[in-house]
Design a protein around this ligand. Structure first.
Ligand code: ADP
Ligand code: MG
Length: 350
């Protein structure tokens, strides 16, 4: 290909909403053997919603949801936003949160309890009755304006952190939400929900677990709709002779169910953000040149590792910076378009 034809190809791409940040990408794309795709925000809308919440005997559903939402109000993960929105939709008051801790790709923990922090209900609207109907009574129905009783540095706080007692009225309690492997690291047995987890996963929903005071309290599921353009884009990639692989931090059973639905050839699930690069390396060994498509901060290393990094234009700045190609449409459709352009410009070797 001549420099002129590459310029023409890049210009044509721009018209189609495919921005080649490097001319090299236009030359390399025609040789891609596999398109590796991040799931959340790339195949899916990236806007999960709560679909299921099942509590263990002895736990109150509304109270658990309020505690979970309080904790998740400190996280920026899309899953967190789904859980906060669900509690808001039910008009729940969220208890106060302290000692928030997030483990990327695993889950979140914080001390939850004391007075409601006014996140949902207007200040001054906290009566004992309201607190009780909102399910926050037994996590701490202290009057509004009174500081939470427990302090993480107090002896009681430390004991509670390591202990596994049920929530006590008026006290704050340690709440954890996350993947099954996160519960494993916390020493929380999730097997009571094994059947539910399997069913939810097979439905393509992502199961999460809630531990309260060190005890398994609930299983929660969120579901993230697949973008309307995803199915056709994958079909076109297959027609172009490419394999399609999904790389995700999500649950393996959930990822498999979604992959089956979309006709995806290869699935790498339950990867920690750092594991995405290794997953790309394995695909390179197995298939050859990889085009990696992603939108998140944690996709940047994988975008750099792939022969061609493709960022979804609606994604994070970090992903766009790391990419060779940016899809302005925000849809996976741009990938077969880019590959078609590369073949037309550089010459179809297939
Ligand atoms: P992905 O972007 O593929 O969903 P992440 O690495 O962001 O992968 O998350 C992987 C998994 O970690 C999630 O599916 C979920 O189980 C768990 N997780 C991450 N953040 C949170 C959170 N704020 N609350 C609950 N679970 C979380
Ligand atoms: Mg993503």
């Amino acid at each position: 290909a001549t420099p002129t034809s590459i310029m023409v190809g890049i210009g044509r791409g721009a018209e189609l909403g495919v921005l080649f940040r490097k001319g090299e990408a236009l030359q390399l794309l025609k040789d891609a053997k596999v398109v590796a795709v991040d799931k959340t925000g790339t195949l899916t809308e990236g806007k999960p919603a709560l679909t299921d919440l099942l509590v263990q005997p002895g736990f109150d559903r509304a109270q658990v949801l309020a505690q979970v939402a309080a904790l998740e109000s400190r996280s920026e993960h899309p899953i967190a936003r789904a859980l906060v929105a669900a509690a808001e939709a039910e008009g729940l008051m969220l208890p106060a949160v302290s000692d928030f801790e997030s483990l990327t790709g695993l889950g979140v923990t914080a001390r939850v309890g004391g007075v409601p922090d006014g996140h949902v209900a207007p200040a001054g609207a906290v009566s004992a009755e309201a607190a009780s109907s909102a399910g926050v009574a037994s996590v701490g129905a202290a009057p509004a304006g009174v500081a939470p009783a427990a302090d993480s540095s107090s002896a009681a706080g430390v004991a509670e952190r390591v202990g596994s007692e049920a929530p006590v009225a008026g006290a704050s309690v340690l709440v954890a939400v996350g993947a099954d492997r996160y519960m494993q690291t916390l020493g929380v047995d999730v097997s009571p929900f094994a059947a539910e987890a399997q069913k939810l996963g097979e439905e393509g929903k992502s199961p999460l677990y809630v531990a309260i005071g060190g005890q398994l309290a609930a299983i929660v599921a969120v579901s993230d709709p697949i973008k309307s353009t995803t199915t056709a884009a994958i079909r076109t990639l297959h027609e172009q002779g490419l394999k399609v692989a999904m790389i995700t931090g999500d649950n393996a059973r959930t990822a498999q169910a979604i992959a089956r639905q979309l006709g995806i050839d290869d699935v790498v699930a339950e990867v920690l953000p750092a594991g995405k690069v290794d997953a790309v390396k394995r695909l390179q060994q197995r298939y050859g040149a990889v085009a990696y498509v992603g939108d998140g901060i944690n996709d940047a290393p994988a975008l750099a590792q792939a022969e061609v990094g493709v960022a979804i234009g609606t994604g994070t700045d970090v992903a766009i910076e790391a990419a060779d190609v940016v899809l302005m449409s925000g849809s996976l459709q741009g990938v077969p378009t880019a590959i078609g352009l590369s073949r037309a410009t550089i010459g179809n070797i297939r």
